[in-house]
Design a binder for this molecule. Sequence first.
Ligand code: DHB
Length: 311
Amino acid sequence: MVSTSTQIGNFYFDNCLMNAAGVRCMTIEDLEAIRHSKAGAFVTKTATLEERAGNPSPRMASTPLGTINSMGLPNQGFPYYLDYLLSLQKNDPNQSNILSVVGMSQMETHVILQTIQNSDYQGLVELNLSCPNVPGKPQIAYDFDTTESLLKEIFTYYKKPLGVKLPPYFDIVHFDQMATILNKFPLTFINSVNSIGNGLVINDETVVIKPKNGFGGIGGDYIKPTALANVHAFYQRLKPSIQIIGTGGVKSGRDAFEHILCGASMVQIGSAFGYEDVAIFKRIQEELQAIMKDKVYENLNDFRGKLHYLD
Ligand code: DHB
């Protein structure tokens, strides 16, 4: 029997496919729809300490090759998501999802993580170090010193399973430097990649989204090669206890297969989930199972990270 089940840390998932943070995951209704689908888990919209309306609309647009967005972290505030996850945990302690968070300042990040540490929440948390869309706030994970000092401070008090969401990197030296930093910490996972930040899409003579004069994070087909490179680069460099969630450009079973081949233990779907809604998880699971069956792979361990190189 072909299985797409997987594990992140001590958590088991029937299916390795799930949503990527930001797409159809801002409200409990959105999250319930994913929970009742074939997705193995859901991740919440990245939550800040307090609720935010985000940037002015239009703030997302699509093209035949993907999406551009500058949402600006609209969310219901982190207690909304924590309370919901705690209620799910009460009903089924074995089920886990991912709570995505980041503060609007380092102080806020610490308040959020300390609150989670002191709560009954036992599930996975993803700290988003790669939001490209808040005017005046650079992506944390492009500042290596800040990333290292932030993680150092966090792990003095945070003892629950934690992962980080990373932006794409584009230079081998940056893969080396970031992996060296990440390997210093007891991270459970990384999630690679967030959107390619600050792209620009033009229609006739005009930008297609309003915030930041049209600059926004790019997702979809545009980013798959970058995503695969990042997943594989970190797979080659991270200690085995840090697992990888692969995100970027997944719209078919073949795309998910490639992410796993590069080293992903779980695969998230962003832009394509936006187009296709929850039915996508069943479709891509079936496509992935068909590829695995064809290659006589029974589970993800049979091919995870086993990318072939040319001699
Ligand atoms: C937003 C976009 C991101 O890529 C991210 O990681 C977090 C937030 C946003 O614009 O809302």
